[in-house]
Design a protein around this ligand. Structure first.
Ligand SMILES: *Cc1c(COP(=O)(O)O)cnc(C)c1O
Length: 432
């Protein structure tokens, strides 16, 4: 594998054109490599576990489009189904057979989701679930966790700052302080903080939103009892428990994190894998709650492109392949083998690394111990990650360009691909 620092001339030229057209040169901020420095390679083709950039360079992909591509790029069954569906019309804005086909599969894999509504992104799913939770409880406040991401709707753009038990302050200009004043923020894995917030605001909290395995502050699993504690606290205080499974849904277990931990949330939000790489989100849960959504109920929520049949088809075929006997287990085994290998290489190199996985989701930290919340995640060796990221990219491995992102393994990551990652990793540890 050749080693090159920086992207090739064609990527550089396209990045410059895009910088004039788009803020940061990108369509979504983290793609700009702000978290690691340098510029992103411009990718023109993807196949299996590999990406190919406009300069003809090849990368092993551990981003997987930020989650959806759990079967790898261009899985033949998905590709065939999508092309066939495109030939029958891309979008009609009518009911189609594709929506119930995907929804029935999701509700079968995840029984707590009795009924659902398709939207177009994870952001929209969380925003709509919050509206529904507020309507159903007649309450306004929500509790979220520092470091958990629920899309970019105003109400979720709040973090705790230094004090955990304070009102949220906006993370972004343009978010009215009065909107995030209704957002209460607790540290992840801190059940006591949640109990304190619920007690301090009796009868006011509509919902607790949580990533049941956090993947947007790096990979941070829940500690034993945390999710069960949230479930019982919500029930006691009349708040709804919302699992944001946009990332974890069908990634950590075929039944999502809720099956893995045996917790029944009131509502669940989806995105990523259920669209197979096309734009999809969904929210669903208890039938009595979903009956409040328009046009059956008064809670308004709509979408011109919602339930897009091509996206439904990509998601359905992805989930169908994933649910074949042994497929999920194979990806999960490969992921845990990779995590163990990365950790072992770290020990051999004398570099403190924590590399762990759940299902097909993996996290790597330059730290002696795994962080359990955002503050601990921020205390890991972030500068080392930045150097490591550049060294891996130069050796043909495309990692998420931030220490605060999980890594995604796919069905296309076979033993030779895993060995390519590990050999780049061993070199990058020495070089960075
Ligand atoms: C990606 C993500 C979202 C947002 O989904 P978009 O489709 O990017 O709007 C929400 N919640 C979680 C947990 C996510 O990982």
């Amino acid at each position: 594998m050749s080693q090159r620092e920086g992207v090739g001339p064609r990527s550089r030229a396209l990045n410059e054109i895009s910088a004039g057209l788009f803020p940061g040169g990108v369509s979504s901020p983290v793609r700009a490599f702000g978290g690691v420095g340098g510029k992103p390679p411009v990718i023109r083709r993807a196949q299996g576990a590999l990406l190919f950039d406009v300069d003809g360079r090849e990368y092993v992909d551990l981003v997987g489009a930020w989650g959806p591509m759990i079967l790898g790029h261009g899985h033949p069954a998905v590709e065939r189904a999508v092309v066939a569906r495109v030939r029958r019309g891309i979008m009609t804005g009518t009911p189609s057979p594709d929506e119930p086909r995907l929804a029935r599969l999701i509700t079968r894999l995840m029984p707590a989701v009795e009924r659902m509504r398709f939207v177009v992104s994870g952001t929209e799913a969380c925003m709509s679930a919050l509206r529904l939770a507020r309507a159903a409880t007649g309450r306004t406040k929500l509790i979220k966790f520092a470091g958990c991401y629920h899309g970019h709707a105003d109400a979720f753009l709040a973090s705790a700052g230094s004090g955990a038990l304070t009102f949220g302050t906006p993370d972004s200009p343009g978010v009215p302080p009065e909107v995030v004043a209704a957002t209460l923020v607790a540290p992840y894995n801190d059940l006591g903080a949640v109990e304190a917030l619920l007690a301090a605001h009796p009868g006011e909290v509509a919902a607790v939103f949580v990533e049941p395995i956090a993947g947007n502050m790096g990979f941070v699993p829940p500690e034993p009892g945390f999710l069960a504690g949230l479930r019982s606290a919500c029930t006691r205080h009349g708040a709804l428990l919302v699992f944001d499974e946009v990332m974890t849904g069908f990634r950590v277990h075929l039944g999502g994190a809720q099956a893995l931990y045996g917790i029944t949330p009131d509502l669940t939000t989806f995105g990523k894998i259920i669209g197979g790489g096309l734009p999809v989100g969904a929210y669903g849960g208890r039938a009595d709650l979903m009956a409040r959504v328009a046009p059956e109920g008064p809670v308004y929520q709509a979408g011109t492109l919602a339930g897009n049949p091509v996206a439904m088809t990509a998601g359905h075929r992805t989930l169908r392949v994933l649910a074949r006997p042994g497929v999920f287990e194979r990806i999960a085994a490969c992921t845990s083998e990779l995590a163990a290998g990365l950790a072992a290489d770290g020990r051999d190199a004398g570099v403190p690394i924590v590399a762990t996985s759940i299902g097909a989701m993996l996290g790597l930290w330059f730290a002696a111990a795994a962080p359990t919340n955002l503050v601990e995640a921020q205390a890991t060796d972030l500068a080392r990650f930045r150097r490591y990221h550049g060294a891996m990219l130069a050796r043909g491995v495309h990692l998420p360009p931030s220490p605060f992102e999980a890594w995604f393994v796919s069905l296309a990551h076979d033993a030779p691909i895993i060995e390519r990652i590990r050999s780049a990793h061993r070199e990058a540890l020495r070089a960075s």
